[in-house]
Design a protein around this ligand. Sequence first.
Ligand SMILES: CC(C)(COP(=O)(O)OP(=O)(O)OC[C@H]1O[C@@H](n2cnc3c(N)ncnc32)[C@H](O)[C@@H]1OP(=O)(O)O)[C@@H](O)C(=O)NCCC(=O)NCCS
Length: 179
Amino acid sequence: MPTLPADLRLESEEVVLREWRDGDAAALEAVCGEWDVCAFSSVPWSYSKAEAFAWIERQRRKRAAGTVLALAIERRGDGRAVGNVNLARFGEEAREAAIGYWLAPAARGQGLATAAARLLIDWGLDALGLERVEFAILPQNLASRRVAERVGARPEGVRRESHEAEGRWWDMEIWSVGR
Ligand SMILES: CC(C)(COP(=O)(O)OP(=O)(O)OC[C@H]1O[C@@H](n2cnc3c(N)ncnc32)[C@H](O)[C@@H]1OP(=O)(O)O)[C@@H](O)C(=O)NCCC(=O)NCCS
């Protein structure tokens, strides 16, 4: 497992990636219960403030354990969390990681997911020394596929029935980007 920094802030022209805070619960409220988010992340299916605080606290604990690095996405200059981007599944040697992301519906279609993914991937390759960052994307999720394409990832094929959600196994397209 890698040693993940306790506090991290990354900035580009478009976005700021920073720690999740208790005051960010509204960002979770916007996506709780959305199938595309909840079936592929740890976001709770139903919203309550207590669930949101617990989710944010879990991100801190996973960071400390070296298992997941989750950062809130802000549009630069805005100050509000509008989504999440994370690196996870680092493996024994921390040579690779899986990336995940979601945005509140009102923040979609403006290039924010692409900017956030690009920033975190560059940091992972440079600062953590990763060789490879992997995307696992539901084949019909065209927006997510475009994010992978736009950050320079390449398709590797379909991992059949590799993701379980709601009692069913789903095929996932695997994409990756490296140094
Ligand atoms: C996937 C997601 C993060 C993309 O966010 P976004 O802000 O729309 O992403 P961007 O604006 O950076 O880029 C999306 C690209 O996909 C395109 N796109 C958006 N919605 C689309 C759709 N329904 N069908 C096809 N293309 C779509 C956009 O036009 C853009 O492509 P372009 O640059 O060629 O114009 C967002 O839709 C989301 O949060 N979805 C729910 C959670 C999810 O699916 N997470 C990924 C799991 S693998």
